[in-house]
Write a protein that binds this ligand. Structure first.
Ligand code: SF4
Ligand code: SF4
Ligand code: FES
Length: 250
């Protein structure tokens, strides 16, 4: 990679960074924070969520700053009217279709950008059932913002396990496993890295989930550890939802 530096301005601040640097990283160097969602320190940028968009003087449309490299002489605006409107709309669309109750960063951004999710009231909402098929974590895709971070860490970014995949198209697109198999029947090694990178409550440790359901700590241990031992390969114990989550099946 060339060591040559590139000069640009971001919100009027002149900065010089190595060629190949993303606008997002250049902004950080200039002390300017741009919101991100699909990108994280643990994953590679992929330009999916568009929350990080910025305006580049003279270019049509907005650019996703996580995947757009700096160029000599460009003038970047990270908080123009157009940028703010775009971020606000993305947040409104997310909040109107997905349960963001356990996504504090996004909730903060909704306030910061004065997003009004009720503008999209009446639209279809994602409400799949919680998937509780193993002793280690649950998957509540009603809270999934499709950032793909879990898929990336499970694949070549970290774990090289490739247990997760995408399914469906358009509004029905979702995160799943290969052939939609239950997690114990996939290559998953239950490392928990996907849970760690999830920016919402879509992936949650089973113990945390059970405690939230009011299950006594001793019973939580029973479900996740003692009964779970040796059963992780075939549908471990899980809560029986039909009985309101109070009965434990094994
Ligand atoms: S817990 Fe399973 S699905 Fe999640 S990253 Fe690890 S191997 Fe992949
Ligand atoms: S489950 Fe979490 S990490 Fe995976 S795509 Fe959905 S929100 Fe992102
Ligand atoms: S963080 Fe850049 S597109 Fe999602």
């Amino acid at each position: 990679m060339s060591e040559e530096n590139v000069n640009l301005t971001i919100d009027g601040i002149p900065i010089s960074v190595p060629r190949g640097t993303s606008i997002l990283d250049a902004a950080r160097e200039a002390g300017i924070e741009i919101p991100i969602l699909c990108y994280s320190e643990a994953t590679t940028p992929k330009g999916l969520c568009r929350l990080c968009v910025v305006g580049v003087e003279g270019r049509r449309g907005l650019s996703a700053s996580c995947v757009t490299q700096v160029a000599e002489g460009i003038e970047v605006k990270t908080e123009s009217e157009e940028v703010i409107r775009a971020r606000r709309t993305i947040l409104e669309m997310l909040a109107s279709t997905v349960d963001l109750s356990e996504a504090p960063t996004l909730r903060d951004l909704i306030i910061q950008y004065d997003a009004q999710p009720e503008r999209f009231e009446g639209g279809a909402v994602r409400q799949p059932e919680i998937i509780d098929d193993n002793p280690v974590y649950i998957r509540d895709y009603a809270q999934c913002v499709m950032c793909w971070r879990c898929v990336q860490v499970c694949a070549e970014v970290a774990q090289y396990t490739f247990a997760l995949n995408f399914g469906g198209r358009g509004f029905n697109s979702h995160i799943t496993t290969y052939f939609e198999k239950g997690m114990p029947d996939t290559t998953c090694v239950f490392c928990g890295q996907c849970v760690g990178t999830c920016p919402t409550g879509a992936l949650k440790g089973k113990r945390e989930y059970l405690l939230e359901q009011g299950i006594a700590p001793e019973q939580v241990l029973e479900i996740t550890r003692i009964q779970g031992l040796g059963k992780a390969s075939k549908g471990g114990p899980h809560l029986d939802r039909i009985n309101g989550g109070t009965h434990v099946e094994s």
